[in-house]
Design a protein. Structure first.
Length: 133
């Protein structure tokens, strides 16, 4: 890979019982709750073990569909240190014939989303690489 190697940033997990999962991750596992709210019609929260330096390492979202054990992973996210690195990553993946990539501006983050081979119907199973905060 050209440029700097991505570093894992966070994982997003879709939940059947959002409140139970938030309680489990905070009370049982010891994560701190960074933010909680809604995105579209789904509950969403951000959790971290290190609130001083990482806004979130895990995000939980409600509205999970399907059978238990299927499709809980929404995306795995990797961080790059620069916009140039993100561009190089996009160019590298495009050079390998990968299609279906999308970019999203999240305000303080610019992200490149890449579908994995599972191409889950809910948009999950994606790899996200971002630059920003």
């Amino acid at each position: 890979m050209s440029g700097t190697r991505p570093v894992i940033s966070h994982v997003v997990i879709a939940c059947f019982d959002f409140a139970a999962m938030v309680a489990f991750y905070t009370k049982t596992l010891g994560f701190s709750l960074s933010d909680i709210g809604k995105i579209h019609d789904s509950d969403l929260c951000f959790l971290t073990f290190d609130p001083e330096t990482e806004h979130h390492q895990i995000a939980l979202t409600g509205g999970r569909k399907g059978a238990p054990g299927e499709g809980a992973l929404v995306h795995v996210c990797f961080r790059l240190p620069s916009y140039a690195g993100l561009q190089a990553r996009r160019d590298e993946l495009a050079g390998k014939g990968l299609d279906g990539m999308t970019t999203v501006n999240h305000g303080s983050w610019l992200s490149l989303y890449v579908p994995d081979p599972a191409k889950a119907p809910h948009g999950g199973g994606r790899i996200r690489t971002f630059v920003g905060r």
